[in-house]
Design a protein around this ligand. Sequence first.
Ligand code: GDP
Length: 360
Amino acid sequence: MKISKTEKRLRQPIVVVLGHVDHGKTTLLDKIRGTTVVKKEPGEMTQEVGASFVPSYVIEKLAEPLKKVIPIKLQIPGLLFIDTPGHEYFSNLRRRGGSVADIAILVVDITEGLQKQSIESIQILRERKVPFLIAANKIDRIPGWKANNDLPFLETIEKQRNDVKVYLDNLIYNLVSQLANLGFNAERYDRIKDFTKTVAIVPVSAKTGEGIADLLALLAGLTQRYLETRLRFAEGPAKGVILEVKEDPGLGHTIDVIIYDGVLKRNDTIILGGINGIIITKVRGIFVPKPLQDMKVSKYDLTPIDEAYAAAGVKVSAPNLEEALAGSPIYVIEDESKIEQYKKQIEEEIKEVRFYNDID
Ligand code: GDP
């Protein structure tokens, strides 16, 4: 794909999923991936390394019935979901002054409300200045709920009995007061006037797929409207973060990387943090899962590519990656005279990474 320099292009927002254990994070991510696989065009690649891509046309198709409430014409190419949920993993997605994640979904079991790890998640999101919305999950467990698989929330709610609607409203009200105690205004998303002041609550069921359309449409709509500057695509040298360090048969030591800005190319010189100091090396190969392959990456289903544009999840092979540090930043060095500057910057940034790894 060639992109002209003058074109104002937005990259896909990076989305993370957090929440209390058993509230449905994994099920929700599976449902989003499953919905995407069904709706995407044949052959289109949606699986990346450590992340899954939901193209905009899939979101537009799903959100068609909601267009009176969420009028979206998408300029972003889609949404990139980090595959591993939870706040422990999230803490590795650090970037200078914040997080690699552009927005987060806090999954809350609506029948349980906020629990210990929900509150911890909110604290860490607040600390890293990541905006979030709430997926109020498991609405299918409300007494009397009549499931309408995969319908948008706003349609399925209309088909429920009045007492069921009241029951749900009470659960939402409890959640709203819990959030108020933490200093947040929150409201069911279709009742919100100003999204900059109110946390959106989207009732969903990760099991039946109800509300998934609303959730995706809202994520896309809010990010492109309020995070435009942050999402402006830059054609410069890549910036990323290391998710994991692995040994892959045939490739040696590799790093799984989320690129949040710029372009990574084969033979680029990269700088990253290592267990025993800074590592400078040259990209030997960049890999993504093979098209049509929607399962988790295994050693056989990788395919090499020449370059990767932000935002993307890729595997990178290069010499000397044995001691690479998960959670470290990775930068492409375009100008060798700036190596010392990069070194200092990374040393600063990984001090924090080590600290977090130590307390894990
Ligand atoms: P995680 O620990 O947050 O990743 O939670 P899981 O996704 O593993 O879900 C925990 C349990 O809740 C599993 O048994 C799921 O099948 C169940 N679950 C998740 N979402 C829903 C939902 O929307 N409705 C119902 N009824 N069960 C759900």
